[in-house]
Design a protein around this ligand. Sequence first.
Ligand SMILES: [Fe+2]
Length: 839
Amino acid sequence: MEEERTMTDITKQATVQVKGIVNAPIEDVWKLYRPFGEMTQWWHIYKTMELAPPAEDKVGAIRTFSFKDRNMTISEQLISRDDTTHTLEYKMIKMEPSIPGLDGITTRVQMRSISAVQTEITWCNWVMAPSVVCSMIKAPQAQGYRDGITALNRFFNPSLGKVIVTLASIKDLPHSFPPVNPYVIVELDGENHQTAKPNFPYSSTFNDTFEFELLSRKGSLGFGVMDSCLGSDSLIGTVSLDLHDFENDKPKTLELALDQGASISVTIEMELNNDIDALPLTDKQQQFVSLKEMSDTINGVKDKLQKIVLNLLVEEKPRWEYDSYPVHPMPKMVKGLPRSQALSPHKLSRMGERVLEFSFSELELKQRLAEYPAGSLKAYGAFFGGYLPVPELLESWQDDSEFCRQLIQGLNPLMIEAVNSIEQVPEAMRELEAQGKGMSELIADKRLFLVDYKELAPFKCEDGKFFYAPYLLVYKQQLANNDTRLNVVAIQLERNEGINPIYTPDSNQPNRFMFAKIHVQCADNQIHQFLYHLGLAHLAIESMAIATHNSLPKEHIISKLLTPHFQDTIGINFLARQTLVAEQGAITQSTFALGTAQGVQMVSNGWKTYDFFKSSFPEQLKARGFDEEMSDGLQGYYYREDGYLIWNAIGNYTSNTVKSAYSDDAAVLADPAVQAWAKELADPDMGAMPGFPAEINSLELLSHTLQTIIWMGSAFHSAINFPQFPYTAVALNRPATLAKKMPEGEQDISAKYIAAALPNQKNAAFQCLLSWMLAMPSETSLANLDPLENDHPEISQAFAAEMKQISEKIHARNKQLSAAGKPDYSYLLPENIAASINI
Ligand SMILES: [Fe+2]
């Protein structure tokens, strides 16, 4: 302790004593308050403050300060300071102009820790002056100390905005004698105001308006109704309001009920800063809500699973009936759930195990979250641990090149297209450059690519969820050693008639650019999950499973060939229809920006132009400007490279099978089962598969048809499903929804704004759970497929041998990638390709 003897006997009762709370840990408050000559940083009433020479901050030091709003200079000397009791004492040694009769003031400030985040300040003084002088300066001194405590609190808790409280009246106070003479005290974050004491008892009208600074996220606005009595006033009743129930700029008038039937009429208005719509929950409230919502989500999934097993099975019939979605057109589905298609207890228990793995991993979520500073984006890492591996993307998701890499090696490799003419480039981007080259030069060099999220353009944002239908322009960046990678030229989020803002990586608005990338990922997520994954994989293949069951006898070679590729598809689709895209209470309604109805509508829109053969692997690539020979010059498109290995192997497999079963084209045409199967699938009242041949008249057409179906049921779905974990597990990388749009204006946006837009803990937990569940490995893969083992062992063995070769080739490539420090691509390894759409 530093100490110097003081002239004042401070054991006597203080002249002025003020107590107040600062919402910060005592160490932080003391550290700020402790330096004797440095109060200007947190208390803005001072014009100047400096220590007298030698300007050493120790006991005996003298500080002199002046004020902004009054012409007065005061000098004070530090007389003691104790870091263990958090006490500081000083005395006034000079005041100009002086107050006659005032001989001195000794002041003590003491701090006491109330909790880990709250400090109580006691600020008192002893005035050496005649009592008349003491009583004159007592009130302004007390107010000054209260202001000091408020200033400290404000420093640690910057204002979140304003709360304007208008007290209209009190009604129906109990009759008594003498009559009640009420007034009201209003308190928020340690600051309080009170109405004047009225002259007319019983029913009092005030119409007083008070303005508060909102300093904490606690949001508790308190009212105390007092009775002004002779002697000391007495408390009639208290009531408090939670400001989390109010929205920004939306005043609400309420009758607040007190005990004994009385009520006060108040109007509350909030003017929050930082573009927020409502007072954010405190960290504790947020954690509580999130954990509860997360367990509700998990329980919801479990309940649905149970319900389906217990209630929704229909009896097995020789022919399964087709059913239609309420939205048209859509892929056909089976009516009810045939008993044979219900997911087995083994399958359901594996899915349940996945949910449990997630739940167990999240048991320590709260503790892990506490390790991150509030509002930190790194806090999304808290979801991983335990059974869930930590994705590398937690570190790299912000990199532009990683963002672009995902277009060709990530969860959705189906969007990117080669740019072959300047007309393909959105107008607002045509003057841009990359690596010193204009757009035309990049096109000529086959270095320009576009991602056009046009499928989202017809839809509207609703329920505080925001998405765009962006354009993303990327180029092939030349690196040293002849290496290349994709990188961003620009992003355009909107499709206005007039001006459309463009976001580029080198702009002086880095946060706007980052937010634009996040919106692109959110848009990509909508199209990937609804259109490609649900619509053009899961739902599209269902009618083929139905027609195969209905028209092909079990012992038919084509039935044997195809059946493993429909295993569990109807069961899993049924589950999705009861949960993810149910007509009532669908999980995707609140968790996806697009919402369920619009998501299903996007599938329907896609189905309008769907064509069976155009959905084949090579045709999908060709439509976007890519081929097997890589004439487009794009390197690292492993979905394309590995996909061709698999596609061709499936082609050999189906061709061998068809040739073994039929001697020539005429024999195919003469097979009534195959013809009935094709007819059923093409029939608009049954399979209704657009572009499916109603008649199969050649070996080649049958082989190509089977190749297309097997690709769709195996590799296509696997490539766009199993990378769910890690890509969507990290909500930062692919948010399913965003709570904010890009604000207008030229200024950059804050990191806080982006954080507020990202999925909250409930939605982030949902993404994590869903991605973990959907990435559950299949027990049947293309590497262990053997449906023809007994009938045609040579075909089965040839396919297995080809799968083995492909596996070795991809493993060797991946080894090289790893050695070069690059991410590998394992999703089209035969052993990782699920034979059917079963998750
Ligand atoms: Fe799936």
